[in-house]
Design a binder for this molecule. Structure first.
Ligand code: ACO
Length: 358
């Protein structure tokens, strides 16, 4: 009886949400279904830094039952088991790791962090202490291959969650920054927004790097990126630092990625409306190449745009997909829904599968 209760709680949520979405906006779910199907072919070990949370555990129930991932729960065993019981979940067989429980492991991990950070002002003692933070601990599990991906961020602000991962795992070789991309699944199809979560005020050169990372991120979803670099100006029509920066980024990016369709700088409505381009900017590379990848000049515009669209528009926001980390780490938006967590885990699993092929 308890088991059917379990399945019902979770699947009812899921179906109700799907139905509601379909009725409300009729959004095509194929993009995420493809990712989930791919994840299920080769589920990977995903460590949850915030496992003492009911939403995480409900998502874990679904992920385990549907064989999307092999979850590893980080946190206090008693507390986790209590939430499992109170919510009629069945997570038997899922491993729970309590960072406080294993002194030897903390010391070992602390030593490795010290080696990485000893010339960045950290002492062995501080490294040992930091390892009790589950974001450090979980990142170290991924770094050492004891897990394939880390999911965190549901309950803490973004900077607090990303810094441990940057310190322990770091960025991919040849790259010097990471960026966060959102998939805005709209009734006009999927659009990719970047950088929406990390770089506060990137320079033109940093925007070029963000464009490269984002283009790869779009290809990850089997979609061909068509990039628009957004501003409040169109091709030099207005002055100001953002206009200058984005114009420079457009010129540099076209040079650096000749194979990629890139246009800018341009206003958002121009980027998304071919008729305006044909009439006023007939040279635009996006005519006949519908823009699907929007690059924002800074964090405030990117972050505000995606949040406005997800609250007011006909769109489901999927992400943020963290681009450029050396191993799969994805940081949830504060307060994500169960469905959003499941989506991010599926992306993390496919991300981990892709790492195998590198
Ligand atoms: N990519 C890669 N590494 C980075 C980046 C980056 N974008 N930014 C900083 N780092 C590295 C630095 O190189 C440094 O490495 P080191 O210690 O080995 O030298 C380390 O991270 C720390 O650098 P700091 O300059 O001390 O870090 P900073 O204080 O700039 O913090 C952070 C970095 C947390 C990413 C910061 O830029 C930030 O707070 N960004 C905004 C995050 C945010 O609030 N987003 C909005 C909400 S998210 C949402 O809505 C879902």
């Amino acid at each position: 009886a308890m088991e059917s209760g379990v399945a019902k709680t979770v699947i009812t949520d899921w179906e109700a949400y799907n139905l509601e979405l379909q009725e409300r906006i009729g959004i095509d779910q194929r993009l995420m279904l493809r990712v989930i199907t791919r994840a299920r072919k080769d589920p990977k070990r995903v460590v949850f830094a915030e496992a003492d949370n009911v939403k995480i555990l409900k998502a874990v129930q679904l992920l385990r039952d549907e064989k999307v991932a092999i979850p590893i729960l980080l946190g206090n065993k008693q507390k986790i088991n209590q939430i499992i019981e109170e919510n009629n979940l069945d997570l038997s067989g899922v491993s729970i790791v309590d960072p406080y429980e294993d002194e030897e492991r903390l010391k070992h991990y602390g030593g490795i962090l010290f080696e990485k950070r000893k010339r960045k002002g950290l002492t062995p003692k501080e490294c040992y202490r930091l390892m009790r933070d589950r974001n450090y601990f979980g990142s170290m599990m991924v770094e050492l291959g004891e897990a394939d991906a880390l999911i965190s961020g549901l309950t803490k602000d973004y900077p607090k969650t990303i810094l441990p991962a940057l310190h322990v795992i770091g960025v991919k070789k040849g790259i010097d920054r990471v960026a966060g991309m959102y998939i805005m699944n709209t009734d006009r199809g999927p659009y990719f927004f970047s950088d929406t979560t990390v770089n506060v005020d990137p320079t033109a050169e940093q925007l070029v790097e963000i464009i490269g990372l984002t283009a790869n991120g779009v290809r990850f979803f089997d979609i061909d990126p068509k990039v628009a670099i957004l501003s409040y100006s169109n091709f030099g029509s207005a002055k100001g630092s953002v206009a200058t920066k984005t114009a420079k980024a457009a010129a540099l990016a076209k040079e650096k990625y000749p194979e990629l369709t890139i246009e800018g700088e341009m206003q958002a409505n121009v980027a998304l409306n071919e008729e305006i381009q044909i009439e006023n900017y007939p040279f635009s590379a996006l005519i006949g190449n519908k823009a699907n990848t929007l690059i924002f000049p800074d964090l405030s515009s990117g972050n505000i745009a995606y949040k406005l669209l997800s609250e007011l528009g006909h769109a489901e926001a999927i992400g943020p997909v963290l681009l450029g980390m050396n191993k799969p780490v994805h940081i949830l938006q504060l307060g994500s829904s169960i469905r959003e967590i499941v989506n991010m885990v599926a992306i993390a699993v496919v991300d981990a599968q892709t790492q195998d092929q590198l």
